[in-house]
Write a protein that binds this ligand. Structure first.
Ligand code: HPA
Length: 271
């Protein structure tokens, strides 16, 4: 990690307090920053490479209006075979570089029947069903405590600000509980009925470890899911990754508008 931090400190032209992590098919936001500076993961010593389709693999520094932000376009998933350390590497690196707020985005299956394909959902809480936790092993006391609190993992003030932005833009933003599963197979219809019964509204394969690692470092978090598909068994059709990417892409205009308006709000909250 020290080599990566050294490299980034030497090369980055700004020190943003707000970071956005982009999910499958949602990469467009990074391409729209002003005064953009792109650093590919391959250029950064030790930074894990993402192999998932629809993930670009770069850190983008830049501005939205007056707000400095950094975007991670492409993330490492557990299902790729990466260790937990790799999965949360970017979060820890950006945290070490001074990021105070994370906005995670992801593609998710809609379990809640009120959701619509292509809609956005503000994550209010999560359920970790990945069978693992990034904090397993010796605790790094320089990062945070052995047993971090997860009560306010998805920051209430960030969500209030997001709701206000959503209203201003006319973007519907229901809230829901995100469940993180290991993947990479999609769920069975029986698993989806089980998840609905335990209180899940969304299902995906990311975000949970990253939020745990960020909260460990006392960094404030929020997450926005794009409902790329209704979860298995909800509709009478099979799940298909190309459809997940397709819907992610067709929703990106909405996601980009929301993130553009949200970034200064989140910056103001951590100022
Ligand atoms: N399940 C798990 N992960 C996902 C889904 C899903 O239905 N859609 C997008 N990511």
């Amino acid at each position: 990690m020290q080599d990566a931090l050294k490299y980034l400190r030497e090369h980055m032209r700004s020190t943003p307090r707000v970071a956005v992590v982009l999910g499958s098919g949602l990469g467009a936001f990074g391409d729209e920053l002003d005064e953009r500076q792109e650093i590919h993961y391959a250029q950064i010593p030790g930074w894990p490479q993402s192999t998932a389709l629809g993930h670009a693999g770069k850190v983008v520094f830049g501005r939205v209006g007056k707000t400095n932000i950094v975007v991670m376009s492409g993330r490492a998933h557990l299902y790729e075979g990466h260790s937990m350390d790799k999965v949360v590497y970017g979060v820890r690196a950006l945290g070490r570089l001074g990021v105070k707020a994370f906005i995670f985005t992801n593609a998710a299956g809609g379990i809640n029947l009120a959701y619509k394909q292509g809609g956005l959902v503000l994550v209010s809480d999560h359920i970790n069903l990945q069978g693992n936790n990034p904090l397993v092993g010796a605790n790094d006391d320089s990062l945070g405590p052995r047993f971090p609190d997860m009560t306010d993992a998805y920051d209430a003030e960030f969500r209030r600000r997001a709701q206000a932005v959503g209203q201003r833009l006319g973007v519907e933003l229901p809230e829901g509980v995100y469940t993180g599963l290991l993947g990479p197979s999609y769920e069975t219809p029986a698993e989806i009925r089980y998840l609905r019964a335990i209180g899940a509204d969304l299902v995906g394969m990311s975000t949970v470890p990253e939020v745990i690692a960020a909260r460990h470092m006392s960094i404030r978090c929020m997450a926005i899911s794009c409902v790329t598909n209704m979860a298995a068994g909800v509709l009478n059709q099979k799940l298909d990754h190309s459809e997940v990417l397709e819907v992610g892409r067709s929703t990106r205009g909405l996601m980009v508008s929301l993130l553009r308006a949200l970034a200064p709000e989140i910056e103001a909250a951590v100022a």
